[in-house]
Design a protein around this ligand. Structure first.
Ligand code: 9PG
Length: 582
């Protein structure tokens, strides 16, 4: 299906574009640049970008453009950018890139779910890090970046002149400066064909995990998390009463989520709902025989936090230097500006020292398990202390600082994490949107845009199937929490069982997020079944055979997950399912 590569393009930060057909020896001059492409036979391409001028350049992206010859409609597996971003199968000419549906006028909302926050044009469809294409002939073609630690990789599929189709493999550098004479190696682009998409994605993930030193050896993770019952309102009493009830539950980790902190950014102090300090809380959890776990959102700070008011020079700035760069908007956090949070500048060595100190402080207070959330913030367009760093390098630098402080043996869970940036730093990674005590997103749900990424168990389910191949190849998959309760929830007992079985079959992390007083014997049996499934599926994954989604790309969303001799098929309309055993 792919022909070429036909052409190279370099897009400047200022919008200027250099285009050139690929020359015979693979060295293509484009304005101030030279792009060298080396064909690795059937496996793909290795490439570099050099600045051959006497001036500093700011390339936003480098594209290697292939022709695509298709019979009938062309379908694309769209892999989402960060943990919560939607994964699905789109049809070129029919489906649209979600940036076109953003009516808020806030471009940064697009940066939450794509490497490049700018709106696409025409019928362009995007997939991040990896994609699979298929036409009516039924031969699947995978194209993927081998890594994403130095820069993002984005695939852009579009119709040109109403007839031709092209696929651009884009190295996204985000306008990072390139000094005169400087050369940057770009991540290799790999290519493979096959009769089914999932095995192609499995082989790609194995290679991508090896390329970036994936941490895949942590034990199966089982535990409790405060978020999906208590949300922001969690109190110390809630934590203590669940601990008191947990004695006969098989948890290893006890993780306190959002709601304990003095302010977003001031992670070492608790608020009035938690009279006990963090070290005392950890000691209480540890005394129960559990590993203390804690949620933080390390790269964003509330405007009225101590860290932001004492160190205004630690904040990234907007592109036009009009003020600090917003890194997230979440009204329940307050923070002095109705929920706008600033992004820390992770290219500033003082900020990295601070992040390392925060992680070390939490470790010293007794938390060897950290959930690192909203970590896409340093990827946005802005003004950064070191303009030579790409968005991927900014995010990764922040994660590496946390790793230094938390220690090599800490369990770090990525969340809201641009997936390709964090391979080799995290032990676990959230691979889906938030679940919620309902299957669908309600019609009355408040959302600004990107509805498909808002909390709904269907949205967590969709990504758990679409990213099942990543488990124990790139990290341990975290499909998001189990909710086993049948009261205080709009999730039907059928849908709750479906979600529990999905988590089990995925082999991924299994954290219960209920008020334990609400759980009866039936819930307890469901958890035990889930754990048995989970351990079996996880053991298979550890030996190289991850759970497999067998209908990936048959329709917009997948419905079937198979592992450890079991098959789950889900009715997406209501979350009911059939579960069969070989
Ligand atoms: C805590 C939660 C939980 C959850 C995370 C994350 O406003 N928002 O767009 C928004 C998106 C995601 C979100 C919360 C708010 O959830 O995935 O597990 O830790 O943060 O706030």
């Amino acid at each position: 299906m792919l022909t070429g590569p036909l052409r190279i393009e370099v897009h400047h930060a200022d919008g200027q574009v250099h285009r050139s057909d690929l020359t015979g020896d693979g060295r293509t001059p484009l304005g101030p640049y030279e792009v060298a492409v080396e064909h690795l036979g059937a496996d793909g391409w290795r490439w570099t970008l050099a600045n051959r001028s006497n001036d500093t350049c700011r390339p936003r992206s480098v594209r290697m453009v292939h022709g695509v010859e298709a019979d009938g409609p062309l379908r694309m597996f769209r892999h989402g950018y960060q943990s919560w971003s939607a994964c699905d199968t789109a049809v070129l000419g029919h489906d649209r890139d979600p940036s076109l549906a953003n009516t808020t006028g806030i471009e940064q909302l697009q940066g939450v779910h794509h490497a490049d926050q700018r709106t696409v044009t025409g019928d362009e469809l995007r997939s991040e890090w990896v994609t699979v294409l298929v036409d009516d002939r039924g031969s699947f073609e995978l194209v993927g970046f081998l890594a994403g630690t130095s820069h993002d990789g984005t695939f852009r599929l579009r119709t040109v002149d109403d007839t031709k189709v092209e696929l651009a493999s884009e190295a996204f550098l985000g306008g990072a400066t390139l000094a005169p004479g400087e050369q940057r190696s770009l991540h290799p682009v790999v290519h493979a064909t096959g009769a089914h998409p999932s095995p192609l994605l499995e082989r790609w993930a194995t290679a991508a995990g090896q390329a970036s030193g994936a941490r895949t050896d942590s034990p199966y993770q089982l535990g409790w998390c405060s978020w999906y019952h208590y949300f922001h309102d969690v109190t110390e009493q809630d934590l203590r009463s669940n601990l008191a009830r947990a004695g006969d539950w098989p948890f290893d980790v006890f993780q306190l989520d959002d709601g304990f902190q003095a302010a977003i950014g001031d992670w070492l102090e608790t608020n009035d709902k938690f009279p006990t300090e963090l070290d005392g809380l950890a000691a209480t959890i540890a005394a129960g025989g559990y590993t203390p776990g804690l949620w933080i959102a390390p790269f964003i700070v509330a405007p009225d936090s101590s860290v932001a008011t004492e160190h205004p020079d630690w904040l990234a700035r907007t592109v036009d230097n009009s003020g600090p760069l917003p890194g997230m908007f979440n009204p329940p956090w307050g923070g002095g500006m109705d929920g706008i949070m600033w992004a820390l500048d992770t290219t500033n060595p003082e900020v990295l020292d601070h992040l390392e100190a925060v992680a070390r402080g939490l470790r010293q207070r007794g938390y060897p398990y950290l959930k690192l959330d909203f970590t896409f913030a340093p990827s946005f367009d802005g003004l950064w202390h070191d303009p030579a760093q790409t968005p991927a390098e900014r995010v990764r630098a922040g994660y590496e600082a946390i790793r230094r402080g938390a220690g090599a043996d800490a369990f770090l869970l990525g969340c809201g994490a641009p997936l390709s940036h964090v391979v080799g730093v995290v032990d676990g990674n959230r691979i889906g949107s938030d679940v919620a005590p309902s299957w669908h997103l309600g019609d009355d749900a408040e959302y600004m845009t990107y509805r498909e990424t808002e909390p709904a168990t269907l949205h967590g389910f969709r990504n758990t199937l679409a990213r099942s191949f990543q488990h124990r190849r790139l990290w341990l998959n975290d499909p998001d929490c189990l909710m086993l309760r049948t009261e205080h929830t709009a999730l039907s007992p059928d849908a709750a069982r479906t979600w529990a079985r999905t988590v089990g079959l995925s082999g991924g992390m299994a954290l219960v997020s209920d008020d334990l007083t609400l759980l009866d014997d039936e819930a307890r049996h469901l958890l035990e079944d889930t754990i048995a499934l989970g351990r079996a599926a996880d053991a298979e994954a550890a030996s190289g055979r991850a759970p497999r989604c067998t209908d990936l790309m048959d329709a917009t969303l997948p419905t079937v997950l198979e592992a450890a001799g079991h098959r789950l098929e889900v009715d997406l309309r209501d979350g009911s399912s059939t579960f069969t055993t070989e």
